[in-house]
Design a binder for this molecule. Sequence first.
Ligand SMILES: [Zn+2]
Length: 422
Amino acid sequence: MDGMLLAGARVITPGGEWPRGWIAIRGRQIDAMGQGEPPAGAQRTAEVLDASGLLALPGFIDLHAHGAVGVDVMDADPDGLRQMARFYASHGVTAWLPTTMTAAERDLTRALEAVGEVVGPVEGGATVLGAYLEGPYLSRVRCGAQDGALIRQAGRAEARRLLASGVVRVLALAPEIDANRWLVGAAVERGVTVSAGHTDATYEQALRAVGDGVRHVTHVFNAMRPLGHREPGMLGAALTAPELRCELVADNVHVHPAAMRLLLAAKGADGVVLVTDAVRATGLPDGAYAVGDRPAIQMDGAIRLADGTLAGSVLTLDQALVNLQAATGRPLAELWPASSRNAAEAIGMDGAKGTLEPGKDADLVLLDPALRVIATLAEGALVHGGDNLPRRPARRGPGNPEGVPRSVRARPASHSGRAPPG
Ligand SMILES: [Zn+2]
């Protein structure tokens, strides 16, 4: 068999929505795609998957995920990370960043080492693109469920050692703290995206942070100085500064649907990055769990510490997209970048991921009309579902050896994604 051919799906492309289209996959990449029925040559050289009635979107990319199915990134267990990758793939995710929380250096180092062991494609799961360091250089004033006792200022030796792991792609810090400012430029220099998170920055401090190189905002609305009409705060800067992309935890608990509408109106779909901020209890029944070292209770779609503080989420990215659509009433053809392309752009991986285009990685999710995940493909491999889709094996035969029309074939050297920082 030579490659795979998806036929009959409604396809969301950067150029617009195709009511019916086909996608030819060869190896780990999209080789060609087009509207209507696939050319006969393509059908002869590939296993054909009939995706009629389904919607093909770029695979979801979750930049900010701490755990699921009983596992947490801070467990520093490579097998645990693979379990998480498989669970996320079952919800349409094709790439993600294991995310740490505020902890002692030795615990962060162990977690980053585990990520380093798993980085890359995961069998039956979502590709690990690197790590997201949430903390420890945050604001105690806005610590949320991060351990305030372990929050600290960015010491040069420690911060350099953490970045030297070579796997960090996003670093969330409180940029208003003077002792943290040097690290913004130092991280950007290494190709790390710096995010303002768990921050008490005023509006002026937030704009200064943008000047320093901050380009991303960790779970906008949550754990930051709120918007006042005389002191717009970090939130006011996040909503109005075009340089900043905003993560959104769209679980209807972290953020009210009306606030999601406000965010979309302010930023447009290109400025919103859906993330889950999912923790260990995700994918498990309601009950008692631990977040970091602290007890937490999962109930009614939320997870909280004993004092009621939200301790991450139990959200999945497919549900986040459903919730964003319900909150905003906007069509998927407009919202789709929030679950894929914007995340890829945020970490400089958009040359390889985030859209359905020839030459990009074959990362895609097939959804039914209710937006339930039917199948997930990561880097050309079926990593979830698809068992019930009609398919037929490759038909060998004479004919077009090229397989597909030249005009829509992948162009070589279209990758502009950068190498992992380090
Ligand atoms: Zn988080």
